[in-house]
Design a binder for this molecule. Structure first.
Ligand SMILES: [Fe+2]
Length: 166
């Protein structure tokens, strides 16, 4: 689907970035000790998944020679798929009454308005660093700083828009 094995592994890294940042955000947002401990462990697992896919991706970059631009395009396309049916339908299955019809738009807003509200700057910054790393861009450089600031601003405005829509 992503044009190369490098692309497939990169897309996996993006998914693991999303899951590890989400569970970190949830962990840091709750004072409930058991939920906090569970989220902490899951976030660690998700980060290890990322690292595993990242390590294998590096091997395939060497073999396949996938350019930085191509990797950036794969990363952006996978990030945009966050709004597809996967999370929205999971929300529907877990929260809607059995006879309620699935409505993508409604469920997507309901899920995202809850999930994104837990994020703080540290979570988006870490997520941006993980994404830049798989593309091959230094997260600590000038571009990394700009990307982190942009991502936090975007996350805040998206969370606010979703909260109002919900
Ligand atoms: Fe995972």
């Amino acid at each position: 689907m992503r044009g190369s094995l490098t692309g497939e592994l990169l897309a996996r890294c993006i998914v693991e970035t999303g899951t590890s940042s989400f569970y970190s955000a949830l962990r840091d947002a709750t004072d409930e000790p058991v939920l906090k401990a569970i989220c902490h462990r899951i976030a660690g697992d998700e980060f290890r998944h990322y690292k595993w896919f990242y390590d294998y991706m590096k091997r395939y970059i060497a073999r396949e020679g996938v350019t930085m631009l191509r990797r950036a395009l794969v990363a952006v396309s996978r990030i945009r798929e966050t709004d597809d049916d996967e999370l929205a339908f999971a929300y529907h299955a877990a929260n809607d009454p059995l006879d309620a019809p699935y409505d993508h738009q409604r469920c997507n807003v309901a899920y995202a308005s809850r999930a994104y509200g837990f994020y703080r700057p540290v979570h988006t910054e870490r997520a941006v660093s993980m994404v830049l790393k798989v593309i091959g861009i230094d997260p600590t450089g000038w571009f990394g700083g700009k990307a982190k600031a942009f991502a936090w601003k975007k996350m805040r405005s998206r969370a606010e828009a979703l909260r109002q829509a919900a």
